[in-house]
Design a binder for this molecule. Structure first.
Ligand SMILES: [Fe+2]
Length: 194
């Protein structure tokens, strides 16, 4: 990890994790750290060469920039081609901090309104539908239901997760049929930041 802005972010995150062990408190203190990284012009310039990630029908892709050997948090890149929509999903138990580095996108949040008595079934209602641009940071607590859609241009996000996604099941939701199912989170594509 040679990019100085990213290394500074890693150092600050490790320092925070060392003194704060409560996950909710930890993650609520993270946005200012990511804000500083997103404001760095060098990282934004570098991101112009990052490859697009697929949002395939079952599993999306993330670039994997870093996994912390001690605290296990990871730094991902998510680059969406214009007019690309994610599935409506949750991240299971994994805390996620999502920051827009370039472009604009629409963030949607949903709440679940059924009584969870039926397997493979979930009723959800949209509660948030907001267009955001560079610098916007969204803290996504465990099991929050959400989706994102890029605007007319390519959208780049830097995502910090409590642990690497892809190795455990996460919820997925279809609001038209009320189908609920689980699938593995995004494939992690190692990508070296220069
Ligand atoms: Fe997500």
């Amino acid at each position: 990890m040679s990019h100085s802005a990213v290394q500074k972010f890693i150092d600050a995150t490790r320092a925070l994790f060392a003194v704060e062990s409560d996950p909710a408190k930890r993650w609520q203190k993270m946005p200012p750290l990511l804000e500083e990284l997103l404001a760095n012009p060098a990282i934004k310039e570098q991101s112009k060469s990052w490859p697009d990630c697929s949002q395939g029908s079952e599993r999306a892709e993330n670039l994997l920039f870093y996994e912390d050997p001690d605290y296990k948090f990871v730094i991902n890149g998510l680059i969406k081609a214009p007019k690309t929509r994610t599935q409506i999903h949750d991240h299971a138990h994994n805390w996620t901090l999502y920051g827009v580095l370039d472009g604009t996108e629409t963030i949607e949040r949903y709440k679940r309104v059924d009584d969870r008595s039926k397997a493979d079934y979930a009723e959800i209602r949209k509660t948030v539908n907001v267009k955001v641009g560079a610098g916007k940071i969204d803290l996504v607590p465990p099991y929050e239901i959400h989706a994102e859609e890029s605007g007319d241009e390519r959208t780049v996000a830097i995502i910090v997760r409590a642990e690497k996604a892809g190795g455990f099941l996460q919820g997925r939701y279809d609001p038209v049929t009320n189908k609920y199912w689980q699938g593995y989170g995004p494939k992690q594509l190692p990508y070296e930041l220069k």
